[in-house]
Design a protein around this ligand. Structure first.
Ligand SMILES: Nc1ncnc2c1ncn2[C@@H]1O[C@H](COP(=O)(O)OP(=O)(O)OP(=O)(O)O)[C@@H](O)[C@H]1O
Length: 258
């Protein structure tokens, strides 16, 4: 198990958004976190990746307890993530967005920048090479020098993947990667996620598009009102009465509308 949470809990005042959740994320697999709106999926991502401190419980990554680590340090250990609303700099090029992501991994400081030390130059070159490599991986070589504001919604999704990949992660958390794009474009993103796994990455995603989840996930974890109510293969989840009830009762109107 690459990541394991035990009794993970996050409360916002009186509201327990994530409630005693145990999840295991297998290395080299695609794990999907699903559940009706407000189930606690994004909060679970935020707690695992260190954006929110947990209220209770533990997160173990590669055998190391990372529960108390902040987002920056979690990222350095090899957990990358994308956000629901792609947080790219619209007025910068695709390439520059990815380079900024890669700087997270480099060591130059203010002194290096002031004196343009050999280390800085070396690292700048390495960042550019890394950016070229990940942009090629996600299929955006041709768009590298275009402004993010000028590329398609689907290309923005790919760019967000590239930003995450530039940090050399072991696992990538994708928050609704297919939101806001049409079904034809979804196929391209599915292929890209498979390619990530084929290249030894581990993928964990939140997604509302059920068809896509059933097609791509190795393992599905279902949350409802902060609690894990089921987990299993796509077939097991599709036929699970508790899951069906949660969706019907939870009124997940936009389950396939994104
Ligand atoms: N920063 C916050 N402060 C207070 N309450 C929050 C915060 N973030 C989330 N919540 C609440 O926690 C609950 C779970 O929200 P969360 O966004 O994790 O659900 P979700 O399953 O990702 O939903 P969606 O599918 O709609 O994105 C909701 O009731 C939400 O209002």
């Amino acid at each position: 198990m690459l990541i394991e949470t035990k009794g993970l809990t996050k409360a916002f005042g009186g509201l327990t958004a994530v409630d005693e959740v145990d999840v295991g994320i297998d290395k080299g697999k695609i794990t999907a976190i699903i559940g009706p709106n407000g189930a606690g999926k994004s909060t679970l991502f935020n707690v695992i990746s260190g954006f929110y401190p947990s209220t209770k419980g533990t997160v173990v990554f590669n055998g190391e307890d990372i529960t108390k680590k902040k987002a920056f340090n979690v990222a350095k250990l090899g957990i990358a993530r994308t956000f629901q609303t792609t947080n790219l700099f619209e007025q910068a090029t695709v390439m520059d967005n990815v380079i900024v992501g890669h700087r997270l991994r480099t060591k130059s400081g203010v002194i290096d920048a002031l004196f343009r030390t050999p280390r800085l130059k070396r690292e700048e070159r390495a960042s550019r090479e890394k950016a070229e490599e990940v942009l090629s991986f996600v299929g955006l070589t041709k768009e590298a020098n275009r402004l993010v504001s000028d590329i398609s919604q689907e290309a923005k999704k790919r760019a967000a993947f590239a930003v995450a990949l530039a940090t050399d992660p072991e696992v990538v958390f994708l928050d609704e990667p297919a939101a806001g794009i049409n079904p034809d474009e979804t196929d391209g993103l599915i292929a890209l996620m498979r390619k990530m796994v084929d290249n030894d990455l581990t993928v964990c995603l939140i997604e509302h598009k059920m068809q896509m989840i059933m097609e791509i996930a190795d393992h599905i974890v279902v949350l409802n009102q902060g609690k894990k109510i089921a987990e299993g293969t796509p077939e097991e989840i599709q036929n699970n009465e508790i899951v069906i009830q949660a969706y019907l009762g939870g009124g997940d109107e936009d389950a396939d509308a994104h």
